[in-house]
Design a protein around this ligand. Structure first.
Ligand SMILES: Cc1cc2ncn([C@H]3O[C@H](COP(=O)(O)O)[C@@H](O)[C@H]3O)c2cc1C
Ligand SMILES: O=C(O)c1cccnc1
Length: 360
């Protein structure tokens, strides 16, 4: 018993050390980037969000035009006990099948990552099945979560261990030269866990946070709303304690993404947030460290019901509106192209002075 308490404390101590390392956004660098932008041969502000992204990247990294060519999408995979309740259009067996698909390069995120020059790092953090593959990061914390409609999905210790896995992955990738991250996930049932997190931590009614996920009909969605309500009633997560909420109604892959986000922020690396599930992880991360939000770029507005409200609460306006609802990191990897465009404009455009253009 004592040893267990020590292990808990050690895990939380590590996590809080990383949170303490997160530095405030560099307003000075962001302002310099804005000023540079205003000197480029265009009416001020005319490149809209591309200018704002460049300023954000400068504030995150402390550099006017950071070198972000090495990038990775971290795809965290985990299963959900709540699938027993019939909340997804697909069976949990799809989770390990898709993991093998990622490792063989055949999933949507692989194609988009190839196009955007990003590595796909696939992490088994909580898949129910035993998985082996030379390309897989084997960091299993749980063999699937427990059914949150009946009991806590994870123990606090498991949730903290999963966050620490995400931090370790971000740090290892940084050591390999990665300077920009995207969040991705695979886990049948994870829109149910994400809706529960959004309800508890963002105060959304389950009717508003629960969507159709992989494509359930309205009747099943109503049932999913009831399952989320029951999970919250049974577990009584404490909204003031994000780790308690994550453990009771979250998931291992969501916890892993919380770690990736906090780890990236502590390393002053931009972290591009994908859709609904990644945004639920971003919400937990920002509750643990409000300063971490400054290192996030919201990539796209998912068609999953609840995503818009969740992004409003997070204060992160999504850049792309493509009616996507896939996850895996697909929207986040697409946003890499816009980030590249914004940095390239900063680096390559002529200034009014260098081009001899009148300022008007
Ligand atoms: C073939 C397939 C590939 C996927 N890739 C991502 N998801 C997405 O769907 C799941 C969440 O939806 P729900 O909560 O309704 O189960 C997650 O795994 C998410 O990443 C997929 C789902 C399927 C079926
Ligand atoms: O927005 C997402 O990330 C999403 C939505 C539905 C299903 N899977 C993922």
């Amino acid at each position: 018993m004592l040893r267990e308490i020590d292990r808990n404390r050690e895990g939380e101590r590590k996590l809080h050390e990383v949170i303490k390392r997160i530095e405030p956004f560099d307003e000075g660098a962001a302002e310099l980037a804005r000023r540079h932008s205003d000197n480029l041969t265009k009416p001020p502000g005319s490149l809209g969000k591309l200018e704002e992204i460049a300023a954000q990247l400068a504030g995150m990294t402390g550099e006017l035009w950071p070198e972000l060519s090495r990038r990775a999408v971290i795809v965290m995979a985990g299963d959900h006990g709540v699938c027993e309740e019939g909340v997804s259009a697909f069976p949990p067996s799809v989770t390990p099948q898709m993991v093998l698909n990622f490792l063989n390069g055949g999933a949507a995120v692989n194609v988009l990552a190839r196009q955007a020059g990003a590595d796909v790092i696939c992490v088994d953090i909580g898949v129910a099945a035993e998985l082996e593959h030379p390309g897989l990061e084997p960091r299993k914390i749980v063999f699937g979560t427990r059914n949150m409609a009946k009991e806590p999905a994870m123990t606090r210790e498991e949730a903290v261990a999963a966050i620490n896995v995400g931090i370790a992955i971000a740090e290892e990738q940084y050591t390999r030269g990665v300077r920009m991250f995207a969040t991705g996930e695979m886990g049948i049932g994870n829109t149910t866990a994400s809706a529960a997190l959004a309800s508890v931590l963002a105060g959304l009614a389950p009717e508003a946070s629960v969507g159709r996920g992989t494509g359930i009909n309205e009747e099943t969605r109503q049932h999913k709303v009831m399952v989320v309500k029951r999970a919250i009633d049974v577990n009584r997560p404490n909204p003031k304690d994000p780790i308690d909420v994550l453990a009771k109604v979250g998931g291992a892959e969501i916890a892993g993404l919380v770690g990736v986000i906090l780890g990236a922020a502590a390393l002053r690396c931009p972290v591009v947030i994908d859709g609904f599930i990644s945004s639920a992880a971003a919400l937990v991360a920002s509750k643990l460290s409000p300063m971490a939000a400054a290192y996030m770029i919201a990539s796209h507005l998912s068609n999953e019901q609840g995503h818009r409200k969740l992004m409003d609460v997070l204060g992160l306006p999504p850049v792309l509106h493509l009616d996507m609802r896939l996850g895996e990191g697909t929207g986040a990897v697409l946003a890499f192209h816009l980030i590249d465009a914004s940095l390239r404009l900063m680096r390559e455009m002529a200034t009014f002075d260098s081009a001899g253009v009148s300022r008007g």
